[in-house]
Design a protein around this ligand. Structure first.
Ligand code: GTP
Ligand code: MG
Ligand code: NA
Length: 345
């Protein structure tokens, strides 16, 4: 593995969009997992997190022969629910990320939670890439597993190309109505980059377009967000979920955005009535390419550097509040100040 040139942390990418556009399925396709089929009613109801090491991204994008020099150690992807009742979770997810993937179903175009997600992203000035998903559903589509999308489109019949172009044009118009310029990513001229949003046609079932999506995510973040992605020692960490896990008691799932956590660190999190002051008993992560929110085997760590999705076990977490910040008490810090900061949210 080549050494990162700069000390960059992994970018955090949040995947957002209307219900059932294929957000979880896209991640399943990249991970080689089956998380979506295990969900109640096929509906995501929690924020998830999956770490993709650079090696896997390199492997998955090699057919594009882009010869991308990966400067980031990997990519942390946050899955969010698309169901209308989970606006708070979409807001939390979009607040954590450096870049987002906005998933649109090519057969449906922009839908209410697409627009809601778009507004959350605009509000925070968050960059995003549009995945125009389910291209395999175009009538007569011929697929080749995990193929880059441009050549796949060129190889379709006239009829398929016509239907694709008609739907694409409608969706570009719908984005225009929301005040955004969008286009197929490979048609965008260098001078328009950053002004015109990238559209990447994908299929979560066949994997087509996924190499393109991954390459764009990594290239765009490491090209335009170097400062934001420069590793800092200051811990920035958010609680996603509070969960009881067999053998570990009450745990919290967190996203470590920056800094490093160690086993034994004294931490403070916001509690229902009072701040919770405790020590990290165990720092756990799922295996790379596995979903944090799905029960599985965990890896134990002495320390973990950002960005990562982590399960923390510690005493007294029963009343921790999801969505709040996690603070580490350093030797110079005043515990009372930190307790106050933790409760202010
Ligand atoms: P929520 O998290 O509940 O908002 O849904 P989601 O956006 O994560 O969508 P999900 O992954 O649950 O997929 C919804 C349905 O669409 C499932 O039945 C998937 O199998 C199907 N699906 C997702 N992506 C594709 C695709 O690219 N092609 C086809 N044909 N079906 C897809
Ligand atoms: Mg989902
Ligand atoms: Na779903």
């Amino acid at each position: 593995t080549p050494k990162p040139e700069q000390n960059l942390r992994s970018p955090i990418c949040c995947i957002m969009g209307h219900v059932d556009t294929g957000k979880t399925k896209l991640l399943d396709c990249i991970r080689g997992t089956n998380v979506q089929e295990g969900e109640a009613g096929g509906i995501t109801q929690q924020i998830g997190a999956t770490y993709f090491p650079a090696e896997n991204i390199r492997e998955r994008t090699k057919e594009l022969k882009a010869d991308a020099t990966l400067k980031v150690p990997g990519l942390l992807v946050i899955d969010t629910p698309g169901h209308e009742s989970f606006t708070n979770l979409r807001s939390r997810g979009s607040g954590l990320c450096d870049i987002a993937i906005l998933v649109v179903d090519i057969m449906h175009g922009l839908e209410p939670q697409t627009i809601e997600s778009l507004n959350l992203l605009k509000m925070r000035n968050t960059e995003f890439i549009i995945a125009l998903n389910k291209v395999d559903r175009l009538y007569g589509w011929k697929s080749r597993r995990n193929a880059p999308i441009q050549q796949q489109l060129e190889q379709q019949s006239r009829d398929v190309q016509n239907e694709f172009n008609m739907r694409l044009t409608q969706i570009i118009t719908q984005f225009k109505e929301q005040g955004l310029n969008t286009d197929l990513y490979y048609r965008i001229k260098p001078k328009d980059m950053g002004e015109t949003y990238f559209i990447v046609p994908t299929s979560a079932i066949t994997g087509e377009g996924i190499p393109d999506l991954l390459l764009l995510l990594v290239n765009w973040t490491q090209k335009t967000m170097v400062e934001k992605l420069t590793y800092s020692d200051e811990v920035e960490c958010t609680v996603l979920e509070v969960k009881v896990v067999e053998g570990h008691g009450t745990t919290i799932d967190v996203v470590l955005v920056n800094g490093v956590l160690h086993e034994g660190d004294q931490i403070v999190v916001c509690g229902m009535q009072a701040p919770i002051v405790t020590n990290i008993r165990a720092l756990l992560t799922p295996h790379p390419m596995k979903e944090l929110r799905v029960k599985g085997t965990y890896l134990h760590h002495k320390e973990i550097k950002a960005a990562q999705g982590i399960k923390i076990s510690a005493q007294g977490l029963e009343h921790a509040i999801a969505g709040s910040g996690l603070y580490v008490v350093g030797p110079q810090d005043d515990l009372d100040d930190i307790k106050e900061a933790a409760m202010e949210e």
